[in-house]
Design a protein around this ligand. Structure first.
Ligand code: FA5
Length: 350
């Protein structure tokens, strides 16, 4: 690097420095040369930095001109540096390609195929079993009115049974459905006066504490059959056929009386515990039985709200969970794993 003779004015020094730096940059070929160049001119101890620092010690009348010119030189040198750095990078790449350091004929890294989520797989198993029994899939909406989710299901405002479902409200009238049952009204109103045999899968939302058994978003599959001679025996037969196909042909079914405002009579269906076979264990809380569905004969008020005269028509309905049956089937002890996005869990169900 040239020594700057003291007789040169700061402006002359700057011009000289800039010319020299640009010439030196043209000689730069390698990343190491590039670093060295940067260090010499623009680095913390570089020549231009030194000039910029000395501006403060100049006579006040010279400062603006020298400072402005120095900043201008800095901008130009930085731009030239960036352009040269890119050229050096490209040249280096070309050299590597030529030398065969990058083998462009190597096969790419394989990207494994994705697979269905355990909930989707379980839903599809459920669809397949009910399809064999003649049930079509009907998808109703997630955002519902208070009237559909409660009122038309025989729970007018202030009905105490509303307490069974803790609700996410959107407005006073609109909510996230707490169960798939409002779909019953939608299908009936759409299909009347045809007989109905549908399942209604979908997400439900409840303002509940998340625990190992309960999520605030989970899936249900509702079932609805409406016809002229549908009886409780049809319901029990359907649930038994489903349970044996889903959980294993040896399963036994137990029917208990229960209460839902939209069915009369209402029942709950249990299977003998798939882990202990009914002897009693931690999973079945030592009862020997596991609950699999809430169900019943469609309440006359609900049939009428759907447009079907309860004196001529009857029907059954049931509501199954999706994650809880999958937990039983695959021995999963925490529902939070389903939507926790931990690949170590999800990849087991490929
Ligand atoms: C109902 O939601 C009724 N609509 C079912 C029904 C339909 C009865 C038609 C009669 C006729 P319940 O609140 O018990 O019932 O929920 C049904 C199923 O949804 C439960 O058995 C369970 O498998 C699942 N479920 C309920 N709450 C949760 C939760 N927080 N997390 C995961 N699964 C849940």
């Amino acid at each position: 690097m040239t020594e700057y003779a003291p007789r040169n004015t700061p402006l002359e020094q700057l011009a000289q420095l800039e010319t020299e730096a640009l010439q030196a940059l043209e000689q730069v070929q390698t990343p190491e040369d590039l670093d060295r160049w940067y260090h010499t001119y623009l680095g913390r101890k570089g020549a231009l930095t030194a000039i910029l620092r000395s501006v403060g010690s100049l006579p006040p009348e010279e400062r603006p001109a020298v400072g402005g010119r120095a900043n201008e030189a800095k901008r130009r040198l930085e731009a030239a540096y960036d352009a040269r750095a890119e050229a050096v990078r490209q040249a280096q790449l070309a050299r590597e390609l030529e030398a065969g350091a990058i083998d462009v004929t190597l096969p790419g890294r394989p990207v494994g195929p994705g697979h269905l989520h355990i909930t989707t797989r379980t839903l599809r198993q459920i669809y397949a079993i009910f399809a064999e029994m003649g049930f079509q899939v009907y998808e109703a909406r997630d955002v519902e009115t208070d009237e559909m989710n409660f009122g038309l299901l025989n729970m007018p405002p202030h009905h105490p049974a509303r307490e069974m479902w803790d609700t996410f409200w959107i407005t006073d009238e609109v909510l996230l459905r707490t169960h798939t049952s409002p779909g019953q009204i939608r299908v009936m109103r759409e299909r009347y006066p045809e007989p109905i045999r549908v399942i209604l899968p979908g997400k439900c939302y409840r303002y509940e504490q998340i625990t190992a058994r309960s999520e605030h978003q989970f899936f249900q599959v509702e079932g609805l059959a409406v016809g002229r001679h549908i009886t409780m025996t049809d319901l029990i037969g359907t649930l038994t056929a489903f349970a044996r196909r889903f959980y294993g042909a040896e399963r036994r079914i137990r029917i208990r009386g229960s209460y839902f405002p939209f069915t009369e009579p209402s029942i709950e269906a249990d299977i003998d515990c798939i882990l202990c076979g009914g002897k009693g264990c931690r999973v079945c809380k030592y009862s020997g039985w596991l609950e699999i569905a809430g169900a019943g004969m469609v309440h006359p008020v609900v049939l009428a709200n759907g447009g079907y005269d309860p004196n001529e028509w009857s029907g059954f309905a049931f509501g199954l969970g999706v994650e809880r049956p999958a937990m039983l089937k695959y021995g999963i002890d925490d529902i939070r794993l389903f939507y926790g996005n931990d690949l170590r869990f999800l990849q087991q169900f490929g």
